[in-house]
Design a protein around this ligand. Structure first.
Ligand SMILES: C[S@@+](CC[C@H](N)C(=O)[O-])C[C@H]1O[C@@H](n2cnc3c(N)ncnc32)[C@H](O)[C@@H]1O
Length: 181
């Protein structure tokens, strides 16, 4: 199985994927930060011996696979894109028809609720959200389900809140159907 890890950082997800696909598989991790790519390369050599794994320094929208992948994965990367729909559509183009596209993201716009409130942990969550809000200048950080629903006509998002009061948890399910021509 061939896997592409978008915004791979220092390679945690790529290395996990390399262990899962085994020596007959292949993993490509891409990132626009050369420092983390170099670190990921060192780790790839040290930590998963015999794996066919490579790390490529590139902006994700500039990456075009020579041969399509069976799966594209990404963790904590869509949340940093000015247009996550563009990123998803581009990612889907790197996958074979019937392949898999999976992202694991964090929605900073929904404050984590818990008890007792007001602890250092919640203060830190608020500061992270505030930092992200200032950095982006786009209002609330996090994925915007409405944008995804309408973007490009290729994606759907289901946004649900579950549970009462303090224990309210927000789930964002993102699924998409993408037709290759
Ligand atoms: C929060 S880190 C996550 C790293 C890794 N996926 C993980 O979960 O450990 C986000 C990474 O995505 C990369 N990134 C963000 N936007 C990118 C883009 N447009 N093209 C390529 N890399 C990007 C950043 O350079 C950073 O290394």
């Amino acid at each position: 199985m061939r896997v592409l890890d978008i915004g791979c950082g220092m390679g945690d997800v790529s290395l996990l994927a390399a262990r899962l696909v085994g020596p007959s598989g292949h993993v490509t991790g891409i990132d626009r930060d050369l420092v983390v790519i170099e670190k990921a390369r060192e780790r790839g050599l040290d930590e998963v011996r015999g794996a066919d794994i490579e790390f490529v320094y590139t902006e994700l929208l500039n990456f075009h696979a020579d041969r399509r992948f069976d799966a594209v994965v990404g963790r904590y990367v869509l949340m940093f894109q000015p247009d996550p729909v563009d990123a998803i559509v581009h990612a889907a183009k790197q996958v074979r028809p019937g392949g898999i596209v999976v992202f694991h993201e964090s929605d900073l716009a929904t404050r984590i609720q818990g008890y007792p409130n007001g602890t250092l942990f919640y203060r830190m969550c608020d500061l992270i959200a505030e930092t992200e809000r200032c950095r982006r200048g786009l209002g609330e950080p996090g994925l915007a389900p409405d944008t995804l629903i309408h973007g490009g006509g290729t994606s759907m998002a289901h946004d649900q809140s579950r549970g009462p009061g303090r224990r309210r948890i927000r789930f964002l399910y993102l699924s998409m159907a993408y037709g290759h021509s």
